[in-house]
Design a protein around this ligand. Sequence first.
Ligand code: EPU
Length: 337
Amino acid sequence: MITEYFEHPLRERNSFHVEESAARIVEFDDKADLDTLFDKDNTPEKWYVLGGGNNILFTQHYDGTLIHPTGKKTKVLSDDSSALLVEVEAGMDWDEFVCWCVERGVWGAENLSLIPGTVGAAPVQNIGAYGAEAKDIIHAVHYFDTQLREHRTLTNKECRFAYRDSIFKQELRGRAIITSVEFCLSKTPQPNLGYGDLIRETEARGEASLQNIRDAVCAIRQGKLPDTAVLGNAGSFFKNPIIPREDAEQMQAQYENMPIYPTADDNKRKLAAGWLIDQAGMKGYRNGNVGVHDRQALVLVNYGDATGCEVINLSKEVQLRVKEKFGIAIEPEVNIL
Ligand code: EPU
């Protein structure tokens, strides 16, 4: 079923809580609705998929159609002694899905607890946290191709997942609408506790069970990341920069405590943008309605009535300060409209 809204406010539909509006919002709960919406005589000229609105910054009135999936059904496709394959509709809240996995005793999603957003958004930017990424459990992605006007499926490999990246941010940008995602979860316990404080926080709760790991991840996130209901934000505003290994090693010689992470390509290293911003003296910085969060410098916050443009201006200031101090360009992770 399709539900439409016209000239609709967006404040409650974006986690930054900026006050913008959209010419049209279309909610759909069944993938077949997209055949109707993209009927060849009636295709929306300009459109964008709005999931939970957790990774987006509106900087102006949106004069097109925002398409919002609301289907939340799960369907177990196979279930044997080693693995469970489940298809989940795009509109399900991501953390509800993680909770579903933990309750069923299947492994793979627990480190991704409490990431705000919907299941349909997870493959687009290959969400990740605490040493895990959505790509590790995604089996296939079902989407509607608005150019071909047909429903298609990509395997995990075909999605070309990388750090906060996938085919949906590249070739299929502005073309694909994800309708459901298939996940393969393991029945064999496989705790992944290598990242930061996770092992300590988990051990403090007892054995490395699914529930203890989930609780540990939730506690770490809640300790660092502002609650969007209280303080508008979109999680990490910037991506962690990936730079040539030699440059990273040179920097590390200069800044001993600088975090540095391996990447799939051994000639490259990933730096922590939060650390760079922090060291550039911007953590806790406030400029009117907007600021850099005081517990995690990677997060920009709206103290109340900020416009999207104020957030953008702050982000430019942060980029400049990091560039001046370290010579490194940091890029937004958040989608800017
Ligand atoms: N750090 C600082 N100061 C800060 C922030 C971080 O010194 O203000 C240092 C930390 O001490 C740590 C390092 O930087 O040594 C990395 O920090 P953290 O573990 O908090 O992770 P992150 O790299 O800042 C990434 C993801 C987060 C995810 C965490 C945990 C990106 C862009 N962000 O942040 O994802 O929760 O790792 O895995 O990759 C998100 O995407 O919205 C998000 C919150």
